[in-house]
Each structure stands twice: as structure tokens, then as C-alpha cells.
Write a protein that binds this ligand. Structure first.
Ligand SMILES: Cc1cc2nc3c(=O)[nH]c(=O)nc-3n(C[C@H](O)[C@H](O)[C@H](O)COP(=O)(O)O)c2cc1C
Length: 260
């Protein structure tokens, strides 16, 4: 990779992807590459500088990633050979999303130089104990470091399992549509426990799609992406997580760090 400037765009619901992206930036900076690290939810695809190498980082969600992350990827400008790499973090299985993503980016004219999937603690359904999570994070960050070196040294690869991963992407798109469906949104809405909430607004500040409005208490609309930020980072634990076993939540950092 030519590697003079790298702009990495990432989304992270509960901190895993952010830690991975930060670790990779650390490696790049240590070898003298100029880098920027930008949140997808605060970025416009029209501002992407195609003279720089581009990085994309996201968590796997429903066998691909969140709809607004797809909007960002699909909205990337047409390129003429701009180098691009990706990293995702996941609990265990992504359905091979790197394959269809490579196809989309190559069709747009990008040179796809590397993709890597990094297992990190699962942040939904069943949250493991903190020691197990810590060990997974450490292993994940070692893999991120190794991947960043592989990118710099031109050893990184972007594999693709044909057909199967395309089928899985279709399944994922169906899952994302179902999650966005009105009755699903209304039935599985996160609701604030009013007796615990002190109306600090952290949940509204952190929601990546502005789905939480501060009224007398925070109120979630019908565009929840289920990224887990509000439930995981509420400083008072005032948003019960109805999807997780015993309501336990996971986060890789505290809410103050996440707000930065
Ligand atoms: C709504 C949702 C869907 C998820 N779907 C998957 C999945 O299909 N496969 C998987 O391995 N992990 C899945 N996960 C787990 C996350 O990908 C994993 O914990 C990730 O590292 C979280 O990254 P983050 O902390 O940057 O948000 C899902 C998590 C959420 C919240």
C-alpha cells in the first residue's frame, strides 16, 4: 500500500470496533503515516478524500452491518484506484460479508487491499463474564496490530467465498428490513426506566441515528438500529436491555470515553 495518508471511517456501538480502529491507527502512526480516524455517524461520504487510502471499520450486525453503515458504504464516491481496506468485529460469525463488500467497492473503482474479521466479545443476547471479555479484547487487539502491519507490508488479503456469501448478504438484508419494520420497532423498543433516569441526555447524545429525543424523559423513535449504545452506556443503567440474558450489557469502555 502506498500509505502516505490514511483516513479511517468506523462505527462502533459498544467500543469493540473503536478499540480495534484505534490500535490500527497507532501502528500506522508509529511508522510515520498520517492518519485520521472518523466516526461514520459524523461523516459525509462527499467529504471522502480519494487521494488518501481509505479504511472502513464496523461491527457485524445481523450477518452484515447496520443499515446506516451500509448507507455510508453505498454512498462512497466513485473512485479510480483509491486503495481501501476494511475491518469488522464480530461475536463469531459474519456470513462472509467481506465478499459482497469487496464486489461493491471494486465496482465503484476502489482497489481493495485487505479485509479482516476480528472476534471480540459478543454485545448482544449472552454477555460473557468480564475476564473472558477482557481476554477476547486482548486477543482481538493483537490481531488488529498484526493486520495493520500486514496492510503496511502489502501482505493483507481480501478473500471472498463466491455465491454463499452473496446468499448470506441477501439473508442479512432481509433481517435488517425486518428489524426496521414498524411493528418490530414498536414491540422491541428500548424504554427508559423513569424512576432511575436523571435525564442526563447521554443516550440521546450517543444514539448514532438521532433516534432518541429528550422530552420529559428520553423517548426512542422507530428507527432503532439495535447497536446497544444507549443500553450499554447509560451511566445509571436506566435502560433495561430486553434482548439480553438477564438484561446484562457489555461495553469495551465507559460512557465518557465513548462520548469523545
Ligand atoms: C444487533 C446486533 C446484531 C449482531 N449480529 C451479529 C452477527 O450476525 N454475527 C456476529 O458474529 N456477531 C453479531 N453481533 C455481535 C457484534 O458484532 C460484536 O459484539 C461486535 O464486536 C460489536 O462491536 P462494537 O462494540 O464496535 O459495536 C451483533 C450485535 C448486535 C448488537
Amino acid at each position: 500500500m502506498s500509505m502516505e495518508n490514511i483516513d479511517m471511517y468506523y462505527f462502533s456501538g459498544t467500543g469493540n470496533t473503536r478499540l480495534v480502529a484505534e490500535k490500527m491507527m497507532e501502528v500506522f502512526r508509529d511508522i510515520g503515516v498520517k492518519t485520521t480516524l472518523q466516526k461514520i455517524e459524523d461523516s459525509e461520504t462527499g467529504d471522502v478524500d480519494l487521494s488518501h487510502t481509505i479504511g472502513i471499520g464496523f461491527p457485524v450486525a445481523i450477518l452484515s452491518t447496520y443499515s446506516f453503515v451500509w448507507d455510508f458504504i453505498n454512498g462512497l464516491p466513485e473512485a479510480h484506484g483509491t486503495e481501501i481496506f476494511m475491518v469488522d468485529t464480530l461475536g463469531g460469525y459474519s456470513g462472509g460479508i467481506v465478499g459482497p463488500l469487496r464486489k461493491i467497492l471494486e465496482k465503484k473503482g476502489y482497489k481493495t487491499i485487505g479485509a479482516c474479521e476480528i472476534v471480540m466479545p459478543l454485545n448482544i443476547f449472552y454477555i460473557q463474564d468480564s475476564e473472558t471479555c477482557k481476554t477476547k479484547v486482548q486477543r482481538g487487539l493483537m490481531k488488529a496490530e498484526e493486520y495493520a502491519h500486514a496492510l503496511v507490508e502489502g501482505r493483507a488479503r481480501w478473500g471472498r467465498v463466491p455465491v454463499f456469501s452473496d446468499v448470506m448478504k441477501t439473508v442479512s438484508m432481509g433481517g435488517l428490513k425486518l428489524a426496521a419494520w414498524g411493528p418490530h420497532q414498536r414491540y422491541l423498543k428500548f424504554r427508559v426506566e423513569r424512576s432511575l433516569c436523571n435525564v442526563c441526555g447521554t443516550c440521546a447524545d450517543l444514539c448514532p441515528v438521532g433516534n432518541i429525543k429528550m422530552e420529559e424523559h428520553p423517548v426512542a423513535g422507530d428507527n432503532c438500529q439495535y447497536c446497544m449504545r444507549c443500553v450499554s452506556f447509560c451511566p445509571l443503567g436506566a435502560i433495561p436491555c430486553i434482548m439480553n440474558y438477564r438484561g446484562k450489557t457489555y461495553s469495551a469502555m465507559n460512557h465518557g470515553e465513548m462520548l469523545k
